[in-house]
Design a protein around this ligand. Structure first.
Ligand SMILES: CC(C)(COP(=O)(O)OP(=O)(O)OC[C@H]1O[C@@H](n2cnc3c(N)ncnc32)[C@H](O)[C@@H]1OP(=O)(O)O)[C@@H](O)C(=O)NCCC(=O)NCCS
Length: 244
């Protein structure tokens, strides 16, 4: 049922769609079957949402970019957002333009996905996670509460990122220059685990099955199945026999 107090401008609506009060669904939006949009959801016209997606109050999908010159990254506005089937999008999530999200994903309260983000299938992007521009995850990956995943980051399948992790891509902040070609982003390969509060410095690769201990500062690549911890992080053992 569509609330009379919702502004629904699109006619591309599947069967059994529920729409709460004060939703604004722009002309051009596609909603699949069995979509539930709770009150106060805003969806811009370039958004396509699959079947059986539930969207909680305060969420904004398809946010337009605004550049005031204050941001260092130039804006390339590509008006498309695709959200797969069976996703749940919790309250106050913000999804920018040019984002593609696969099936069976859970986005936690206040998650923020910036332009060109790509999320695979069956992932958890938990509460207040910030996924920066052009970051990609594989499938069955879990990012717990509050990490900041830097732009261009590549995250594989079955990765676990603990609470409060920080991934960085840029040292040029110190001389005030924005030079895109100087960015070197961390990569997190399949099955890697990043412990809570760890800091991944620019350009490091956390290789398959590696484990980064809580609060480690990782300044060098971590080899497959190695455990590292400390500041700067050092290898303490290898888990290859236990994790394969
Ligand atoms: C790395 C980790 C898995 C432990 O690995 P481990 O090899 O089993 O280490 P142990 O517990 O046997 O400890 C070995 C030594 O390292 C120390 N140590 C353990 N974790 C450490 C860490 N993160 N940083 C620094 N030292 C650490 C221990 O105190 C111990 O020191 P000691 O030999 O002087 O007593 C664990 O400490 C960790 O960081 N887990 C991540 C937890 C997490 O973030 N979960 C997700 C929540 S969302």
């Amino acid at each position: 049922m569509l609330s009379k107090l919702a502004a629904v401008e699109t006619n591309k609506i599947g069967k059994n769609v529920q729409m709460g009060e004060f939703c604004v669904i722009s002309d051009g939006v596609t909603l699949g079957d069995n979509v539930t949009s709770h009150p106060n959801v805003i969806i811009e016209s370039w958004v396509a949402i699959g079947d059986s997606v539930e969207i909680f109050p305060g969420t904004y999908i398809g946010k337009t970019p605004k550049g005031t010159g204050a941001t260092s990254c130039p804006i390339e506005f590509i008006p498309q957002v695709t959200i797969g089937n069976n996703c749940v999008i919790d309250p106050n999530t913000v999804i920018d333009y040019d984002v593609v999200i696969g099936d069976d994903n859970l986005l936690g309260d206040g998650a923020s996905l910036r332009g060109k983000a790509r999320i695979g299938h069956h992932c958890l992007i938990s509460r207040y996670v910030s996924v920066n521009y052009n970051t990609r995850t594989g499938n069955h990956t879990r990012v717990m509460d509050l990490p900041r995943i830097t732009g261009d980051c590549e995250i594989g399948d079955n990765v676990f990122v603990g609470i409060l992790v920080a991934a960085t891509n840029d040292n040029s902040v110190f001389n005030g220059e924005y030079k895109n070609e100087k960015f070197t982003v961390p990569q997190i390969q399949n099955g890697a685990i990043i412990g809570s509060g760890a800091s991944l410095l620019l350009g490091v690769t956390i290789k398959e099955g590696a484990l980064v201990g809580s609060n480690a500062v990782v300044s060098r690549d971590v080899q497959p199945y190695d455990v590292v911890m400390g500041i700067p992080s050092k290898v303490t053992r290898n888990l290859k026999d236990r994790r394969q």
